[in-house]
Every structure is written in structure tokens, then in C-alpha cells.
Design a protein around this ligand. Structure first.
Ligand code: KIV
Length: 282
């Protein structure tokens, strides 16, 4: 498909659905790119999925840079978007600019994602003015989970849906090249999508968005205790891994692994001498 760019993503609105998935490592990034995924999001969901945290709050900028750099080393054709973690862009404009710069310089990201609207729109504007493309993120924004009081669907009332439309427009005016909409009813996501010229990318936001995103390890089925309604499991990687590991455990215990197919042999003469035999076969 050639290298994906933010310009191409913008042009896809209304013409072709945008496909985004998260990835946090080089081999996954390579697979996603080879499968034609348009955008790889190095999401702060790395906290819940791979780092063992209960939320995205403890994830640091260095964590995201570390994972983003691994993704970038895979040289995917997909656009790499680095997710700005909790409090890495809210303190001041200077802080946001400095950290976005690190995402590009050290993390190899080609764009950044920021959660929220309101005052965040000013940050978006400053970062875009500095030449760094920004993806917005509205609806349920997990970094504000304590404010929301849990992972609740947003934009269910007319007032809250209209507020989301305003937020989307404000982020578009600030220069965001696209927008993630998380956990809102289909109708609200449709209204937002029709109200802005930038593409919307939904997660738990129904079919009317310009694109879709899922967390890679959720859609691959790595977890059996996490089953949000909006995640479709396209595989059961957990059972594939468990079966393989159980077989390995059994074969090692029984002395079946490694067999000669997976071992190295000496020249017969050397083997004989090593064991003090005159003839190799003694
Ligand atoms: O961190 C992440 O994976 C995200 C997606 C859920 C959009 O922000």
C-alpha cells in the first residue's frame, strides 16, 4: 500500500473505511503492516494489556516511547501514532510540545494522540502548529476514568451527545487530523461523524464511524476475564498459547523434548574420544 500518511488518512473519509489496531512491539507491527492495517496506535492500553496495570494511569511517557520505538524499528507501512499518556500534555503547552517532540524523535511516531477536549484543544493547536499531527480522542477517555466514575457509555442523552459534537468540532478547528470516539451510542457517533470533515475512528461506537480501532490483544483473545461488549474476538490466542505451553511442559517432564531433530551432534570420532571409546560406536 506504500507508506501511510496523515494526509492519506484524511482523504479516506467517506471513501474507504480506516483500519486501526494497537501494537506495542516490532513483530506485531510487521504483521499488522503486512495485513494492510492503516494506522498502528502505540496505545497506553499497553498498561492494561502487557504491563499488568489495572488502568492506563500508571503508564509513563518513557513506556510509550520504548514501545513506539520497537514498532518503528519494524518499519511498518502503517502510520504510527503514539499515545500521549496520563499527565504528559496537560501541565503546560511547553510540556506538551517537549513530550510530543520526544514521541517523534525517540519513539519514531509520526503523529500523537491526545485524550479530551476543552482546554486540550489549545494543546492540540500548539502541537499542530509545531508541525506534529494530532489525533483527538473523545467519549470515554480512560485517562479520566476517576472523573467518569467507571467505564461508562458516554453521549447517551441529547445534551451529552451535542456536547460531544461540539468537542469534535473544536478539535477539528484546532487542527486534529482525525478523532477517536470511544464508547458512545451508534447514533451519537453518526452525528459526530457527519458533523466534522476529519475522519472519526470508533471503538465501541458502532458502525457509522469512518474507521474502527480495537486493542490487538483483545481482538486476538489473549484474555478470558475481559469481555467488553464491543470487542469481537477474532482468535483465541490464549488457548493456542496454553495448549503449546502445556505440551512443552509435558514433553520436558517426560524427556521427549529435545529430540535429535532439535539437538546438535558431534562428529562421531570426537564423540568417541570424548567418552573414552576407541571406536565411535563402542
Ligand atoms: O490506548 C489505546 O489503546 C486507545 C484505544 C482504545 C483507542 O486509546
Amino acid at each position: 500500500m506504500g507508506r501511510m500518511t496523515t494526509h492519506k488518512i484524511r482523504q479516506m473519509k467517506g471513501k474507504k473505511k480506516i483500519v486501526m489496531l494497537t501494537a506495542y512491539d516490532a513483530p506485531s507491527a510487521r504483521i499488522l503492516s503486512d495485513c494492510g492495517v492503516d494506522i498502528i496506535l502505540v496505545g497506553d492500553s499497553v498498561g492494561n494489556t502487557l504491563l499488568g496495570y489495572e488502568s492506563t494511569i500508571p503508564v509513563t511517557l518513557n513506556d510509550i516511547i520504548h514501545h513506539s520505538a520497537a514498532v518503528a524499528r519494524a518499519k511498518p507501512n502503517s502510520l504510527i501514532v503514539g499515545d500521549l499518556p496520563f499527565m504528559s500534555y496537560k501541565i503546560s503547552e511547553e510540556q506538551a510540545l517537549e513530550n510530543c517532540g520526544r514521541m517523534l524523535q525517540e519513539g519514531g511516531a509520526e503523529a500523537v494522540k491526545m485524550e479530551g477536549s476543552g482546554r486540550i484543544a489549545d494543546r492540540v493547536e500548539a502541537v499542530v502548529q509545531a508541525g506534529i499531527p494530532v489525533m483527538g480522542h473523545i467519549g470515554l477517555t480512560p485517562q479520566s476514568i476517576y472523573e467518569f466514575g467507571g467505564y461508562r457509555v458516554q453521549g447517551r442523552t441529547i445534551e451529552s451527545a451535542e456536547l460531544l459534537v461540539q468537542q469534535a468540532r473544536r478539535l477539528e478547528d484546532a487542527g486534529a487530523f482525525s478523532l477517536v470516539i470511544e464508547l458512545v451510542p451508534d447514533e451519537t457517533a453518526k452525528k459526530i461523524t457527519e458533523s466534522v470533515e476529519i475522519p472519526t475512528i470508533g471503538i465501541g461506537a458502532g458502525p457509522h464511524c469512518d474507521g474502527q480501532v480495537l486493542v490487538l490483544w483483545d481482538m486476538l483473545g489473549l484474555f478470558d476475564d475481559f469481555k467488553p461488549k464491543f470487542v469481537k474476538k477474532y482468535a483465541n490466542i490464549r488457548s493456542v498459547m496454553s495448549d503449546a505451553v502445556k505440551q512443552y511442559v509435558a514433553e520436558v517432564r517426560e524427556g521427549e523434548f529435545p529430540d535429535m531433530e532439535h539437538s546438535f551432534a558431534m562428529e562421531e570420532e570426537n564423540s568417541g574420544r570424548l567418552y573414552g571409546r576407541d571406536k565411535p560406536s563402542d
